[in-house]
Design a protein around this ligand. Sequence first.
Ligand code: SF4
Length: 316
Amino acid sequence: KENLIEVVNLKKYFPVGKNATLKAVDDVTFNIKKGETLGLVGESGCGKTTCGRTVLGIYKATDGHVYFDDKDVHSMNREEKLKFKKRAQIIFQDPYASLDPRMTIGDIIGEGMDVHLKLSQKERQEKINDLLGKVGLNSEHSARFPHELSGGQRQRIGIARALAVEPEFIVCDEPISALDVSIQAQIVNLLIKLQRELGLTYLFISHDLSMVKHISDRVGVMYLGSIVELASNKALYEKPLHPYTQALISAIPIPDPEVEDTRERIKLNGEVPSPINPPKGCKFRKRCIHAKEICSESAPELKEIGKDHFVACHLF
Ligand code: SF4
């Protein structure tokens, strides 16, 4: 499969106060193939949301490149940007905050269509009804307002809105973390179904490792702005190599309450340090049980140590 997205040495820094810099995304490189789902996991504050937004050009990159179908997202002209916006969409975390409460559901879904597709009034309404059906709602929802719907229904609207302009690529930015646990799997399964039907490519951002396992083909683990491990779903969950990934995976609860959990939890020392002044050398070293002298001296680079299995750690 060919790459739809290529992210090369991407950096997104934010100035903080007079002399400090928050390195939210610090030299990140990955690709996403057509039709694939790349999961991006990590604790809150690790830079995954900023990474997703910089990939979409919502944030301007500080350095590095994002290629979409071989075109650099950050040096597109107006016309190219408009085309890109049609092909690449986002689903937001909070379906309460991301839908305009004064607009009807039909207009929320139709808004992007008005910009990108030339449709008659009749075609527009038909398409809205069709999209509502695709996301498990019906045409009656079109005249309603967001506050009349449940959280899960609102996120379905968020998905329909993203799909309305017929995109190829969608950044799903923590699409389930604001929802009830009972609804989360429904939304993830809907995303999987839509991907199959429409041949979509996803960047699926979440701190929920079991959901990411369920939906992703490959997974990248972020820590303080960097990708520390990137591998196929199977390799990452069955044979995690980076000490941070190992700790995250050891903390995933076993879903079946009847099965006794005999796994050993790997405890992490301390909290995530601030991304404003991260430790020198390996950014994970203060929490790592394997830290050696070299870890405080130089930052490990992301290296391919097995087929399509990349790790940034001096142990390898
Ligand atoms: Fe731990 Fe060193 Fe590997 Fe960093 S480079 S994860 S500190 S062993």
